[in-house]
Design a protein around this ligand. Sequence first.
Ligand code: PLP
Ligand code: ZN
Length: 417
Amino acid sequence: MKYVLGAKCVKCGREYAAVPDLTTCACGGILDIQYDYAAIRRDCSPRDLEGNPDRSMWRYRPFLPVEETTAPPPLRVGWSPLYKADRLAEELGLKTLYIKDDGLNPTASLKDRASAMAVAKAKEAGADTIACSSTGNAASSLAGNAAAAGFATYIFVPSRAPKGKVAQLRIFGATVISVDGSYEDTFELSKAAIDKWGWYNCNAAINPYLSEGKKTVTLEIMEQLGWQVPDYIALSVGDGCTIAGAWKGLKDLYAAGFIEKLPRLIAVQAEGCCPLNRAIQTGQPWQPMEENTLADSIAVGVPRNPDKALNAIRESEGVAVNVSDEEILAAMRLLGRTQGVFGEPAGVTGTAGVKKALELGLIPPDSTVASIVTGNGLKDVANGIKAAGEPMLVRPDMEALLAAFAAHHITPVERNH
Ligand SMILES: *Cc1c(COP(=O)(O)O)cnc(C)c1O
Ligand SMILES: [Zn+2]
């Protein structure tokens, strides 16, 4: 780890050596991995990446806290497409919009970036069993990435987790503990079990390497944009690890001289569960909230990474915007219809927030925005149907088809011969 200096507590500033099984500071604060940016600046440049054939998150190794001898884990994670979303931009009345579809990762969410890193570090730590608790995606992602690398997993999810994500867990061979309680309850039970059995800890915000994996999403966005910094990057927020990681990636690039300025973040939460945005909006310390939204991946009433997330939003002079469940469902339809991208509810919440921020005048229409779709809609088919409805059902004959078209006010245009 040529460029890693160590880890530093974001609360008290205490420093630690970057051992592979690092967790939190003795004071309870979350650790941040520190790099020697002057050395990265001396040795590496955007030019070096041009000839790099590695189409995965591991193309950014100088910015990642893994040993030079550690092989990349088996599943191919990262280098998801960044689409220029002109049709959607036009509908929103926005000058330039990019959509980063991170639902195209191997287990279909951005969490694969953290899980690939977790697997690499668990290997370095000599562990054979990995555990975490999650609202669903971190769980299925860890289970898949760990299965591919030959680890056993113990996974704790709240019983409300969508069936698709639970199916992934079972298929990946995880020992699944479905907890009859909230995400908060689930987290606490996993913590007690990890303490008792000593498994490698992949809980959000406990293991400081996970957000180092997540930061590769912004490293990629910037490389895919030719290092031209957009005005805003929008994403949904639950525990806050993803937005903290996204911001860390941007600051790393800035410190190493790869980009010349920093974008502002658009932090999007659900109206029914927005403890972090509420803290930004009121200027008060954050308070727990109920987990009252259908966007299960961001239904986090007690965020696990509040300090880093709030720092990221404030440092970037970010915009905090909340959206209703109806606005989330509408964004699912909008992304699907205009761009052919199918996101799960929390996956499209960032884009719902871009629309809302424009409507509220929080961002100007002549902005350039990159919006991250964090999870795939096929994970949660029930909410896809809720957003878009059931199709028309017809008997297999032409009379029935004509009647159905009439009932749905559909007039197919006859093609000119
Ligand atoms: C986990 C997740 C988020 C939010 O990430 P946090 O680190 O919890 O803030 C957003 N969208 C999806 C699809 C997720 O799985
Ligand atoms: Zn500390």
